[in-house]
Ligand binder design. Structure first.
Ligand code: HEC
Ligand code: HEC
Length: 155
């Protein structure tokens, strides 16, 4: 099959669109107050678009055993948050995998996007964990993960 020049342009635009999506995952405007209150005291309020529906269900149904801590919420809040997270979960096929160990940081796309970071860098005092997005993505709180908004702490 002969590929026309216009096809290259279309593919280029597609690639551009997908990388722009990866770089920007703003918090939906309808975030319930309970998300900030219950899910942002130990780490940032992760934008729901970072995980799939099933992954959020898994996170929300295991809050009493949440990465070595108890992050339980009352039943009403649990239902409210689960519904909102599921509604705003990623719809993009390439981010749709069920996250291993309920971790964004163990998804294939996360590992691929961060494969240039040496293992010892993650352990620096100013970073501590891959889950600490805001240590490097200086505008993570606004859902901006673009490569122009990264500053990796040197220690
Ligand atoms: C009592 C503290 C605490 C609260 C409250 C809490 N978490 Fe966490 N959460 C943690 C810890 C600790 C980790 C593991 C962080 C690490 O590995 O550096 C974590 C990790 C996560 C991760 C995986 C991060 C990764 O590695 O990709 C998700 C998703 C998550 N939390 C969602 C939530 C949600 C949703 C809520 C609210 C219902 C919540 N958390 C409330 C302590 C908490
Ligand atoms: C040690 C610093 C560091 C931490 C911590 C970190 N990242 Fe990154 N992130 C990077 C670097 C470096 C890149 C690669 C930028 C590039 O060259 O495209 C990247 C790339 C990305 C991209 C792709 C951006 C694009 O333009 O395609 C996303 C999305 C992303 N990170 C999300 C996250 C999330 C979500 C977390 C927390 C769960 C996180 N990162 C934690 C350093 C970090």
């Amino acid at each position: 099959m002969k590929i026309k020049y216009t096809h290259y342009i279309a593919i280029y635009l597609l690639l551009l669109a997908s990388s722009a999506f990866a770089a920007k995952m703003p918090m939906p405007a309808d975030a319930p107050a309970s998300y900030e209150a219950e899910c942002a005291s130990c780490h940032m309020a992760y934008p729901p678009g970072l995980l799939s529906e099933q992954s959020w269900k898994n996170v929300m149904s295991s809050l009493s055993k949440h990465f070595g801590t108890d992050a339980s919420v009352d039943q009403k809040t649990q239902a409210e948050l689960t519904a909102w997270l599921v509604k705003n979960a990623t719809t993009r096929q390439k981010y749709k995998e069920t996250a291993p160990d309920n971790r964004i940081t163990k998804t294939a796309w996360f590992i691929r996007k961060h494969d240039e970071i040496r293992p010892e860098v993650w352990k620096r005092a100013g970073i501590k964990s891959p889950a600490n997005c805001g240590a490097c993505h200086i505008d993570a709180a606004n859902g901006i993960f673009s490569e122009n908004n990264i500053k990796i702490p040197t220690k």
